[in-house]
Write a protein that binds this ligand. Structure first.
Ligand code: G4P
Length: 526
């Protein structure tokens, strides 16, 4: 415990994740509405221009209307400080989302009640499972015809491999949607399709009471009674500890667009969701309540202000208190730095802050000092873990298309890779640079940004590769032998690690068989 513990305990830092179009943006907006952070529905997403000015800063967003950027929104609610980390839904930016998940203590997954579990939800849940992140599920769009809620729960359990426990239950759906029964608080919430109204709930403990029929039709009341009985029979009672271990996901139903079921979700969230949790560094585990400040960079955002070419490094505070104009150690560079204009993200504004606590996210204006994964401390030599790069799926040679701008191109590539936009491998045989991504869109973003931010023109040349593997071995001779034999396929990543670029699954399997002393890793952290 430290003198800051009371502050730290109030923090709830989480991400909302979903397959595109399930309603993540809409839900975020409604949460902000409850927090008083915005005053009208539609403020976050009423049109593309406003949207660009608030949660998405990048020019490219305007061009494509895809939520490329990860942004942070903080607000106060019932004495708690809530930090929502937004994540890009587009699968080509999955790495960005994975990294954001390293900076949160819990997650809300939004699922479209008609579509059920979709590809991107599955992938993101894998990361949550790996990290044992506590997850709450919000099943959205209950105002539309969707799947049977019991079927949805089965699907979630099966596809996301997590036990579920409904804490609210829909009364019918689509045109006949009447509302939800709040199992957690034992209240009946009746639905009026109204995008602005904040609904009130009627306390209703005894569902067997005939009074239920005063609110909903007899057939609906009967169905609700039998559904709740079934739920209580099938699903074990909700246990917060099991949720905090990431073993069971409480489930809520509602309609974000109609602002329905959102406040119930939020009220329950602040009660059960975890406060800032300890974070593992290579050297030791860091407790948020430690006195000394520590934090790491999980995201670098370029050119938020089109008037100057600067970046913002997003730092998750892992312990203690961060203060403006105090010297902190940048561990990778081994130098002390102080920050005169750190920003906090409240609602849609970013503003300069004097202090921030464990659990908070701050933005540090940067001109190239930071890379993803960098650690800042009050002086201790610490390195936070858990920001792995995965083997990319797509690879292309990047070539200079304007001989006068070679320097700009090289600088641009270095900075974009430091931001984690994609991965760079330098082939040790011919010195050519290879960019690896998880989606085609990243190549377009890189090309666009090199041109608009660095004035450099690049060209993509094809290269046929299957996987990038980070290799290591205790047997130096064997490693050297492998590197010689595969010299055409050996590369270095930006940290100077040896990477083998396998051109097919077959070749990789053969290499694994022929060189049993060598370990092939598919992520950069092992
Ligand atoms: P995303 O961030 O997960 O991609 O989803 P987003 O919130 O943008 O929502 C995707 C679409 O689903 C939007 O419609 C939104 O209005 C709609 N939506 C969200 N919640 C609900 C809900 O509870 N019920 C219904 N019926 N629809 C919902 P759109 O037409 O794509 O955009 P817009 O023009 O309405 O903004």
């Amino acid at each position: 415990m430290s003198q800051y513990s009371d502050e730290i305990k109030l923090r709830r830092t989480f991400a909302i994740i979903s397959h595109p179009d399930a309603g993540k943006t809409t839900l975020t907006e409604k949460l902000l509405l409850f927090g008083g952070a915005i005053h009208v529905a539609g403020a976050v997403k009423s049109n593309k221009i406003k949207k660009t000015a608030t949660s998405d800063w990048m020019e490219i967003e305007k061009q494509r209307g895809i939520s490329v950027a990860t942004s942070v929104m903080g607000f106060n609610y019932n004495g708690h400080k809530i930090n929502i980390l937004d994540t890009p839904g587009h699968q080509d930016f999955a790495e960005d989302t994975f990294r954001t998940l390293t900076a949160v203590d819990s997650v809300i997954i939004v699922i479209d009640g008609a579509k059920g579990v979709e590809a991107q939800t599955r992938k993101l849940m894998e990361v949550c499972r790996m990290r044992k992140t506590p997850v709450i599920v919000f099943i959205n769009k209950m105002d539309r015809e969707g799947q049977d809620p019991f079927d949805l729960l089965d699907e979630i359990e099966e596809e996301l491999q997590i036990s579920v426990r409904p804490l609210s239950w829909p009364i019918d759906m689509g045109q006949r949607f009447k509302g939800v029964y709040n199992i957690y608080e034992q209240g009946l919430n009746l639905f009026t399709p109204d995008k602005q109204r904040i609904t009130e709930s009627v306390a209703f403990k005894d569902l067997s009471s005939p009074e239920l029929e005063n609110y909903i039709r007899h057939s609906q009341a009967q169905k609700l009674r039998s559904d709740i009985e079934l739920i209580d029979g099938v699903y074990p009672e909700f246990d917060r500890e099991t949720y905090l271990k990431g073993e069971v996901a409480p489930v809520f139903f509602g309609s974000a667009l109609n602002n329905f079921g959102v406040q119930e979700l939020l009220n329950c969230f602040i009660e059960i969701a975890p406060e800032p949790q300890p974070i593992q560094a290579i050297e030791r585990k860091v407790d948020p309540h430690e006195e000394a400040f520590t934090g790491f960079v999980f995201k670098i955002h370029a050119n938020m202000d089109p008037n100057h070419r600067s970046c913002i490094a997003f730092v998750k505070i892992c312990s203690g208190k961060f203060e403006r104009n105090v010297n902190y150690k940048h561990i990778r560079l081994g130098k002390m730095m102080r920050f005169s204009s750190p920003t906090a993200f409240m609602a849609q504004k970013k503003e300069t802050v004097d202090e921030a606590y464990a659990g908070d996210i701050i933005g540090l204006p940067d001109t190239g000092n930071f890379q993803i994964g960098d650690t800042l401390t009050s002086g201790e030599e610490l390195h936070f873990k858990g920001l792995p790069s995965f083997s990319p799926e797509l690879f292309k040679y990047i070539e200079n298309d304007d001989p006068m701008k070679a320097k700009q191109l090289s600088k641009g590539i270095d900075q974009l890779m430091g931001e984690g936009v994609a991965q760079l491998f330098t082939n040790q045989f011919n010195g050519r640079k290879i960019i690896g991504t998880v989606g085609q869109l990243q190549f377009e973003v890189i090309q666009y940004r090199l041109l608009h931010e660095y004035g450099a023109q690049c060209r993509w040349d094809p290269i046929h590769l299957y996987k990038a593997c980070w290799i290591e071995s205790d047997n130096k001779e064997s490693l050297d032998n492998f590197k010689r034999r595969k010299s055409q396929y050996m590369a270095k990543d930006i940290a100077g690690r040896d990477v083998y670029l396998a051109d097919s699954g077959y070749v990789l399997t053969m290499a694994q068989q022929d060189f049993p002393d060598i370990k092939f890793h598919f992520t950069s952290e092992f």
